[in-house]
Design a protein around this ligand. Structure first.
Ligand code: ZN
Length: 241
């Protein structure tokens, strides 16, 4: 079966629609989301409803958790904090309850999903390096785990107790290893490539292919500006940062 795996959708409906269309054309049958459905962009409820319609299995990201709560937002940058406050105001109770109910970790067959790290997922640690990947990989029970949070595609492999990181375009998974893979971000890529990112995981061929998809960025940007969200949220989409 082919899975489309993605995350950090961040309320960018134009990017989400483009990714779902691309994945559908390539034979994806199931959709898995590594969290951060909302935040930064202007269509939180519409993205949640679109993911539900697609039958996507989702874990909770930090933006989802904080948008669903009324907790103080002390650990966020100013634009992120303002985005979460805006999102709280623009989601009804039913959508906030759906975000609150998302699990931090989800296992389905040979796959685990988490937003940050399997090691204390509620701490929202970022995984950029092999050293940062290690605590979660030690706890990982399935051959493959997909994560998000950094908004950058990445892959780590643990074999014979050694962990190595590499950039992936198309990976062939081998049974002697455990893999921790970041599909990049749909709604706010930060690796310098402004196109929406996701991966196709084929569990028969044991391949993971990174894909980048163009979308109607101008429409997403004008919605951000019209909504009164921070202007930087729109500007950064163009540079992929
Ligand atoms: Zn995010």
């Amino acid at each position: 079966m082919k899975y489309a795996v993605f995350g950090d959708v961040h309320a960018n409906l134009e990017a989400l629609e483009a990714v779902l269309a691309d994945a559908g054309q390539r034979g994806a049958e199931r959709y898995l989301c590594t969290g951060d459905l909302v935040g930064y962009n202007a269509d939180p409820a519409a993205c949640m409803d679109r993911l539900q319609k697609a039958g996507a299995a989702c874990v909770q990201g930090n933006h989802d958790a904080f948008a669903a709560s009324s907790e103080e937002l002390s650990d966020f940058t100013a634009p992120a904090r303002r985005s979460i406050e805006w999102t709280r105001l623009h989601l009804d109770l039913a959508h906030r309850q759906r975000l609150a109910a998302l699990p931090l970790i989800l296992g389905t067959g040979d796959i685990t999903l988490v937003h940050a790290s399997l090691f204390r997922p509620e701490d929202w640690a970022y995984i950029f390096t092999a050293a940062e990947a290690a605590p979660g990989l030690m706890m990982q029970q399935t051959p493959v785990c997909f994560y998000g949070h950094t908004h950058r595609p990445a892959a780590f492999r643990m074999r014979n107790g050694r962990i190595e990181g590499f950039l992936h375009q198309k990976l062939i998974l081998t049974p002697d290893s455990r893999y921790l893979i970041n599909p990049g971000s749909i709604g706010q890529p930060r690796d310098g490539d402004p196109r929406a990112a996701y991966v196709l995981y084929d569990d028969d061929a044991q391949t993971v292919e990174l894909r980048r998809v163009n979308y109607d960025m101008a429409a997403a940007q004008s919605k951000i500006r019209a909504a009164g969200l921070p202007a930087w949220n729109a500007d950064r989409l163009a540079i992929g940062r």
